[in-house]
Design a protein around this ligand. Structure first.
Ligand SMILES: [Zn+2]
Length: 319
């Protein structure tokens, strides 16, 4: 934010008695203006925050029962998802954030109960969409991004429900040779648009795996196995997430966008041979193994779009 005094020098009147009087008046005026304008300016010029919300890394989530449409605890966990999101928004507001765009980032990409949201936020929902969990991160300027309810990668042996983008179809994704979680790839895409990730929540394996991103981390549960954890209660998780969001936004200028080398090389291993075989017919896709392909994007977003194409395209799609 540019200080208003930078624009008001008064040098043109320098040297005359009249000018001195005007300068004294001007100084008094500027002081008054600075005192009265400071809080209002902070409110008008608040931070704009992008929040991507998944479900596997919510407090209490351990099995599909909580996170798939017909799971008998799914509706309860939609409320827990909303609660952790609202906690992040509250904490961010306390430290000066005023604008929020929320990306519903789990499964069908439409889980968050809309009526529970404050009226001054925008929500990105529905699928398919080219940047998936970080769709819209390239639309306008963001001061920071938060990843709530995130989980570890398909290559991680410890995380609860650990997978990368599709547990049913993918067994590994690497970005520039690094086994990559959704959080890692999404952070690289955010970084491409100069948006630093400032807060990540999920289980302890997720927080550890994403240390390189440099965000504030909240582990809401300790992974015991793929389908088991020792977890905070939702109420305790909300309290920790709100405090961490407040801390993160309070020092938002200290975070740096997470940048990866370009071109971004993506190695994708499917569970089965057929997608690898068929995708390799595209000139930009190389078959690197029986079930694996390699491709490169000029940017991380380009690589993610090709991965999303591979996961979304189906000749059987209905309109
Ligand atoms: Zn998910």
């Amino acid at each position: 934010m540019t200080a208003i005094s930078d624009h008001l020098g008064g040098h043109a009147l320098k040297g005359s008695r009249f000018g001195a009087a005007i300068r004294r008046l001007g100084t008094a005026f500027l002081l008054m203006f600075a005192l009265s304008a400071a809080p209002a300016a902070a409110q008008q010029d608040g931070y704009r925050i992008y929040i991507s919300v998944d479900m596997e890394g919510l407090a209490g989530a351990v099995t599909p029962n909580q996170i798939i449409d017909d799971g008998n605890e799914y509706n309860e966990f939609r409320q827990i998802m909303l609660g952790e999101l609202l906690a992040a928004i509250s904490g961010a507001r306390e430290a000066g954030a005023t604008e929020f765009v929320i990306s519903d980032s789990h499964g069908s990409l439409q889980n968050i109960p809309l009526e529970g949201l404050p009226e001054d936020v925008l929500i990105i929902r529905g699928e398919p969409r080219p940047l998936s969990m970080v769709e819209g991160i390239d639309n306008g300027e963001y001061d920071g991004a938060m990843f709530i309810g995130y989980h570890a990668s398909a290559s991680n042996m410890e995380g609860v429900r650990a997978h990368t983008f599709s547990s049913a179809r993918l067994s590994e994704v690497k970005l520039n040779g690094v086994p990559a979680s959704e959080g890692y790839i999404n952070a690289a895409v955010a970084g491409q648009f100069d948006v630093p990730v400032i807060l990540i929540t999920g289980d302890d394996a997720t927080i550890k795996e994403l240390e390189a991103v440099g965000a504030e981390g909240v582990a809401v549960k300790r992974a015991i196995g793929f389908h088991a954890a020792e977890t905070l209660t939702p109420a305790a998780a909300r309290k920790q997430i709100q405090a961490a969001a407040r801390r993160a936004v309070g020092k938002i200028d200290s975070y740096r966008p997470f940048k990866v080398d370009t071109p971004a090389i993506m190695d994708v291993t499917f569970h089965y041979y057929r997608p690898a075989e068929v995708l390799s017919w595209l000139p930009q896709v190389e078959r690197s193994g029986a079930r694996s392909v390699r491709f490169e994007g000029e940017t991380p977003a380009d690589a993610l779009k090709l991965l999303e194409f591979a996961l979304s395209y189906s000749i059987d799609l209905t309109p």
